[in-house]
Write a protein that binds this ligand. Sequence first.
Ligand code: ADP
Ligand code: PRP
Ligand code: MG
Length: 224
Amino acid sequence: MTFTSNTDETQLILALSKGRIFEDTLPLLSAAGIEVLENPETSRKLILPTNDPGVRVLIVRASDVPTYVQYGAADFGVAGKDVLLEHGGEGLYQPIDLRIAECRMSVAVNAGFDYESAVRQGARLRVATKFVNTAREHFARKGVHVDLIKLYGSMELAPLVGLSDAIVDVVSTGGTLRANNLVEVEKIMDISSRLVVNQAALKLKRERLQPILDAFERASKAKG
Ligand code: ADP
Ligand code: PRP
Ligand code: MG
């Protein structure tokens, strides 16, 4: 089922999360001639104006971006593949890999834990993660039995205090794992952020959306 709440064809609403996604989307917006007029790090406003009176930016939690776009409260948004896999992608058109917020989803364990032998011996593993769907699929594919423990952040803490044997989390430089004496034992997949568009908005607002999608596509390809 698709929805749209913003039926005014002249108005576009973009959902972004604060931090790396907002920062990395700014150059893409610039390429489309759009400048956000307030900084979400300093403003308490959740709806930010842009230099284009027909485009506004919603500031939402990263994992909520697909939901706002699915229900048409935002026409389009930017979300990590990790978040999209957990959401399921229902009602969303995903036309462009923006190649921003690049990282990987991996399994990590305490430095002293022999993951390979545990897997070989068919041990049942306790795995803490925010990404339960992705983790469930990964271990099912490997034929490893797991008890999943849902967390909302700071996954790296779980093996340190005996909450879990392993974690599934995103890794970029590996600095957070190293700082907590954890090791990456398996890469599950590469992750980057995607543009997501409400399927109804794509039809209703194509004329307004298409030039922005084209500019985003050109700018993300030019990134090399
Ligand atoms: P959250 O508050 O949900 O952690 P983030 O802004 O940290 O939101 O993450 C947004 C997206 O950026 C994630 O869904 C993921 O795709 C990507 N990401 C997360 N951590 C990193 C990282 N350390 N380096 C690069 N990309 C990352
Ligand atoms: C993310 C992720 C890891 C870390 C990995 O955390 O949850 O903890 O980055 O990056 P690294 O390999 O370069 O160390 P983030 O910085 O987004 O903090 P938060 O989600 O806990 O706010
Ligand atoms: Mg984060």
